[in-house]
Design a protein around this ligand. Structure first.
Ligand code: NAP
Length: 317
């Protein structure tokens, strides 16, 4: 018995004239996009990539991802011993591509007067900056009612002003060279704000706004800007977060512990950078959906956030 479709054509006919050409087309497309991806990644070889917050978490994973492509990574953060540990881990890898010795330079993003000195050290060590990844940052757990003003200022200094100052320090040479890429690791909380995160979400919203203006202004100079908004990623971010009184939170949040891995996140970021994408959201479904609700059903979002805020869990005595 011959199986016929409603329009009278046989399954064989569909396979020959629809299924087969579609499958071949898909296979060719996949092959070409894989080759293009490989070519784009190969272009990272020898590029100088400065990564702030490279002593742990997402920054450390980014250091591995770019080093694996043959980039010269500059590892920056406050803890020199942790930077040296990351450098040692990188150098112990056996890679097929030629590698370049990573450079470790201490950086305190909150110390705005020394950001220029840091950039001078980078230029002295590497001659240029091809990609700057503004990743270093601190989070916050506390409510507005009880938080000290200097906690807001400290987080704003590190997450916003520090990244702005560093970006401004490398931009003139990028503009002169008509090439460069600035990456910001913002957060889903740069797109929405939830209770008990005001001091953090405000910094991430600020960096999103800065990034959008920067992208527009840099277009004519051929300098790219990628804004990354991660959801929950398994790192020490909640352990290192500041509380309302400015102490370390010191607790691993359940949502962070069950988040995406930093390695997966770093690969997604690297992909986005080589494709010169403007924005990347790397997250599970729920935070992405929350962004959608905030924009398309704001009343529902505000209701849900008010429910989440009571009773306030982070009231600091
Ligand atoms: N994990 C998440 O769920 C998540 C989600 C969205 C966005 N993010 C963002 O991702 C970035 C990386 O955080 P992470 O999750 O990887 O957390 P993490 O493991 O705590 O890493 C934070 C990094 O920032 C550095 N840092 C902190 N204060 C600094 C300062 N004053 N100057 C220079 N470096 C400083 C730390 O290095 P030192 O202590 O050695 O200075 C560390 O390397 C942050 O901007 C964070 O807001 C994280």
């Amino acid at each position: 018995m011959k199986f016929l479709f409603a329009d009278g054509q046989s399954a064989n006919w569909y396979f020959k004239y629809v299924g087969l050409p579609l499958s071949v087309g898909m296979a060719i497309y996949t092959l070409f996009s894989k080759l293009a991806d490989k070519r784009r990644r190969a272009a990272l070889r020898g590029k100088v990539v400065v990564i702030t917050g490279a002593s742990s978490g997402i920054g450390e994973a980014l250091a591995h991802a770019f080093y694996d492509q043959g980039s010269k990574v500059v590892l920056a953060a406050r803890r020199k011993t942790e930077l040296e540990r990351v450098k040692g881990d990188l150098q112990s890898k056996k890679l097929a591509v030629p590698t370049l010795e990573p450079v470790c330079i201490e950086l305190d993003l909150g110390d705005l007067d020394h950001i220029e000195d840091f950039s001078k050290k980078v230029y002295n060590a590497c001659g240029t900056v091809d990609i700057l990844i503004n990743n270093g940052g601190i989070s916050y757990r506390g409510n507005i009612l009880h938080s000290k003003m200097d906690v807001y200022q400290q987080i704003m200094n590190v997450n916003y002003f520090g990244s702005v100052a560093l970006t401004k320090a490398v931009l003139p040479k990028m503009v002169e060279n008509r090439s460069g890429h600035i990456v910001f690791i913002s957060s889903i909380q740069g797109l929405i704000a939830i209770p008990d995160r005001a001091a953090y979400a405000a910094t991430k919203h600020a960096i999103q706004a800065f990034g959008d203006s920067l992208r527009a202004e840099m277009y004519q100079h051929n300098v790219n800007v990628t804004m990354v908004s991660p959801g929950y990623i398994i790192t020490a971010v909640s352990l290192n977060a500041l509380t309302s009184s400015g102490e370390k939170h010191g607790v691993m949040d359940a949502a962070t512990a069950s988040g995406l891995t930093p390695q997966y996140t770093a690969e997604k970021i690297l992909d986005s950078v080589v494709k010169k994408e403007n924005d990347l959201v790397v997250s599970q479904f729920v935070p992405k959906f929350a962004v959608f609700i905030r924009h398309f059903a704001p009343s529902i979002y505000h209701y849900l956030m008010a429910k989440r805020a009571e009773p306030t869990k982070l009231t600091v005595k």
